[in-house]
Design a protein around this ligand. Structure first.
Ligand code: ARG
Length: 459
């Protein structure tokens, strides 16, 4: 049978394969709410501008509400032969209200309609993402507050570098997720223009009011160029780039959790709620949630590259290629929201193992820099020379199988006669972190100040 939307031009209906490759209803049904919201705004505008009669507009309004309630109740039948959400909704509207349904599409095309629906969906998702990021940030801040002066090793190259505080490490992630949140806000502000009324690509000869629909749908303004409006998917690409960067941050902490929860590190205990066991090895408690968060970045980055590749080289304006935008975004959004929720749970529930962290913080000559700084401060030694003296002492300690504070004053003096008993004060990890009071440094006082700043921000 020929299509009821464009059947006039066609002698036969589509091949089954054509229907299979063409239909998007399997996934774009997720745009149902946005589609109906957009249609309601469009119909109200068509009434206000006198393009449709009040009675048609009223019938459309009521009909759309019925369709929405059917979809929400799960009683709506989605049909693949009706291709997409737009035609499924319109078809049902016609069943409900008859001819007036056919007037809804006046001065509109599926090209501006889908651009609108998808934009509304992504905008909602950005708002949800902002909320999830805020919740995750609070979880890290709570950990930072509890462990403001808990010492742990800081690493470079995953080799012991200098002692830091647990609180400082937690707050590093708060900074990352705060930047993600700021990127979410930027993206939202930039995408908040309404494509509705661009029609197929060139605008319309009907006296529509695009400012009215833009305002009704919460947009800052209508988009200024109809060709751009129907062919732009920057908002989806930006969402995916924000998502990829955020997922990258998640994956870095997930990796740290995998390492830290191992029997070799024993820095942190993950809660049973976010761990799994083994079917053969009774002792196992595996950090599966952390591993899956670490992996999710793969498909999220994949979605970004996938959509960039779809959009690359597309001539203006709409091409059906662009129907391939949605699954990438839906999958990335679902993956990211789940990963954020899992990470928030893990961060809230995890227990840092203070004793092990402290022991590790003091090993591996972690206060060698403190010793060198002491030589500079106390003996007025140039830093390069202090570095050399300290290096010699590290080698001595290493040869003896001990740490720096285990060397005697005599040992130290054999390398530099100016060294006095006072040096031992800077070799302890608590002194080390307390001394790093430069702005943004790891000192407990600095961490507490930052915790206070974040608590105010997140309140
Ligand atoms: N299902 C289509 C999509 O997702 C809707 C727009 C179709 N427009 C068209 N001219 N065929 O992109």
């Amino acid at each position: 049978s020929s299509n009821q939307m464009w059947g006039g031009r066609f002698a036969s209906g589509p091949d089954a394969i054509m229907e299979a490759i063409n239909a998007s209803i399997g996934f774009d049904k997720r745009l149902a709410r946005q589609d109906i919201e957009g249609s309601r705004a469009h119909a109200a505008m068509l009434g206000a501008t006198g393009i449709l009669t009040d009675s048609d507009v009223e019938a459309i309004r009521e009909g759309l509400l019925t369709v929405l309630s059917e979809i929400e109740a799960g009683s709506f039948t989605f049909r693949a032969d009706l291709e997409d959400i737009h035609m499924n909704v319109e078809n049902r509207l016609r069943e409900l209200i008859g001819d007036a349904a056919g007037r809804l599409h006046t001065a509109r095309s599926r090209n501006d309609q889908v651009a609108l629906d998808f934009r509304l969906w992504v905008r909602d998702q950005l708002d949800a993402l902002e909320g999830a990021l805020t919740a995750l940030m609070s979880a890290y801040v709570a950990q930072a507050e509890a462990g403001a002066d808990m010492v742990m090793p800081g690493f470079t190259h995953l080799q012991t570098a200098q002692p830091v505080t647990w609180g400082h490490h937690m707050l590093a992630y708060v900074e990352m997720f705060a930047r993600d949140r700021s990127r979410v806000r930027d993206a939202r502000a930039r995408m908040n223009e309404s494509p509705l009324g661009a029609a197929a690509l060139a605008g319309t000869s009907f006296p529509i009011d695009r400012h009215m629909t833009a305002q009704a749908l919460g947009f800052d303004r209508p988009s200024a160029n109809s060709l751009d409006a129907v062919s732009d998917r920057d908002f989806a690409l930006e969402f995916l780039s924000v998502a990829s960067i955020c997922a990258t941050h998640l994956s870095r902490f997930a990796e740290e959790l995998v390492i830290w929860s191992s029997a070799q590190f024993r820095f942190v205990t993950l809660s049973d709620r976010f761990s799994t066991g083994s079917s053969i090895m009774p002792q196992k408690k595996n950090p599966d949630a952390a591993e899956l968060v670490r992996a999710k970045v793969g498909r999220i980055n994949g979605a970004l590259v996938g959509l960039l590749t779809v959009m690359k080289g597309l001539p203006l304006t709409y091409s059906k290629d662009m129907q391939e935008d949605k699954e990438q975004v839906f999958d990335a959004a679902d993956s990211l929201m789940l990963a954020l929720a899992a990470m928030e749970g893990m961060v809230r529930d995890m227990t840092p193992r203070a004793e092990n962290l402290r022991a590790a913080a003091g090993s591996g000559f972690s206060t060698a820099t403190d010793l060198a700084d002491w030589l500079v401060r106390t003996l007025d030694m140039p830093f390069r020379e202090a570095h050399h003296v300290t290096g010699t002492l590290v080698r001595m300690a290493e040869d003896r199988g001990c740490d720096l504070p285990d060397l005697s004053l005599e040992d130290m003096r054999s390398v530099n006669a100016g060294i006095t008993q006072g040096v031992f004060e800077v070799l302890g990890v608590d002194n080390s972190v307390a001394s790093r009071a430069s702005y943004g440094g790891t000192s407990p006082a600095g961490v507490r100040a930052q915790v206070a700043r974040w608590k105010e921000d997140l309140a």
